[in-house]
Design a protein around this ligand. Structure first.
Ligand SMILES: Cc1ncc(COP(=O)(O)O)c(C=O)c1O
Length: 340
């Protein structure tokens, strides 16, 4: 990072290119395109797939709002498929029922770092000729059947400050599709291939070399950090008895961006959060409500029933799982949760 600062060349340049190369080595995709955020990555990926007014994109309502907002940015209509109670990820049965002749893409969200049911979802996408745009914002390094998330279609990663690999703000698109990659690169930089020659309407969604330098260092630390997250999650799963602990489905490697438990029906979540806070344990609620509940989304999709999302959203609590936790911290977390 200091080298970049001393060079005086701060904008998108050789460090961004090296960071993109490092991502292609991770995901095994032909292309990686760095962007200014996970949100702009999703936005560009949708546009590069030609998605716009009149099209439908199926996604999960139990996600960060950017998954849905980016669909709205393109003028397309988000269509929600409810989630599975055990994984918190989109349910392929709901997806199948939601497909119409207008469905252009499916956006699975690998929530908390656990891959979705990619075999079922890719089979559906192939059968109906629809694109897969993975929201892999939280799942860097996670695998399904040994294959990295972000490599099943067009992948979109977030490098936001809290993510497992972060640059403060930043994002990455991964794809094997030459046309999609070319469109993403053009749209990222004002539709400009040659200097001041504009082929189309584009944006400034570039990442800087300063941030790419951080990202390269972060990627190098990822395997060890992920190993520690997995160890921490294994410990918590073994020790916690008072609330529902997360399940990992067969054939996938979770990266534990979040370690999320569910309070039982007879436990008040707000009270549990207060008591954990008093015991010095940090918590997060991701997310307190499904995306289908917000007014700007309701305006487009109307009133839809997402019973599993509603149930899950009212009972989740995320606990610390980060790589800097010491054994004594983990014991304190498990003890405080078991005392609820
Ligand atoms: C599931 C999901 N999608 C999209 C995003 C958007 O990423 P960013 O905050 O980098 O724009 C995030 C992260 O914030 C996320 O968690």
């Amino acid at each position: 990072m200091l080298e970049v600062l001393e060079s005086g060349m701060l904008a998108q340049g050789p460090r961004v290119a090296a960071f993109e190369d490092a991502f292609t080595r991770l995901t095994g995709t032909r292309h990686a395109i760095a962007t200014s955020s996970g949100t702009t990555a999703l936005h560009l990926a949708l546009m590069a797939h030609g998605i716009g007014p009149g099209d439908e994109v199926i996604t999960s309502p139990f996600t960060f709002i950017a998954s849905v907002n980016t669909i709205l940015f393109t003028g397309a209509t988000p269509v929600f498929a409810d989630i599975q109670e055990d994984t918190f990820n989109i349910d392929p049965n709901w997806v199948e029922a939601a497909i119409t002749p207008r469905t252009k893409a499916l956006m699975p969200v690998h929530l908390y770092g656990q891959p979705c049911d990619m075999a079922e979802l890719t089979a559906l996408a192939d059968k109906h000729g629809i694109a897969i745009i993975e929201d892999a914002a939280q799942s860097i390094g996670a695998t399904y059947g040994g294959r990295q998330t972000g490599s099943f279609g067009t992948g979109c990663f977030s490098l936001y400050a809290t993510k497992n690999v972060m640059t403060g703000e930043g994002g990455m698109i991964t794809t094997d599709d030459d046309h999609v990659a070319d469109q993403c690169r053009l749209l990222r930089n004002h539709g400009m291939r040659k200097r001041y020659q504009y082929e189309m309407l584009g944006y400034n969604f570039r990442l800087t070399d300063v941030l790419a330098a951080i990202g390269i260092a972060q990627l190098g630390r990822m395997p060890e950090a992920t190993r520690r997250r997995r160890e921490n999650a294994r410990f918590l799963n073994a020790q916690i008895e008072s609330v529902g602990t997360p399940t990992v489905k067969e054939g996938r490697e979770h990266v534990w961006h979040q370690y999320t438990v569910r309070v039982p029906d007879d436990m008040d979540r707000d009270d549990a959060v207060t008591r954990l806070t008093e015991a010095g344990i940090g918590t997060g609620i991701f997310y307190p409500g499904g995306a289908h509940k917000f007014p700007h989304i309701k305006e487009v999709v109307g009133d839809v029933e997402m019973p599993v999302t509603d149930r899950v959203a009212s009972s989740v609590i995320s606990l610390p799982v980060h790589p800097l936790l010491e054994p004594a911290d983990l014991e304190r977390i498990a003890a405080a949760v078991n005392a609820l």
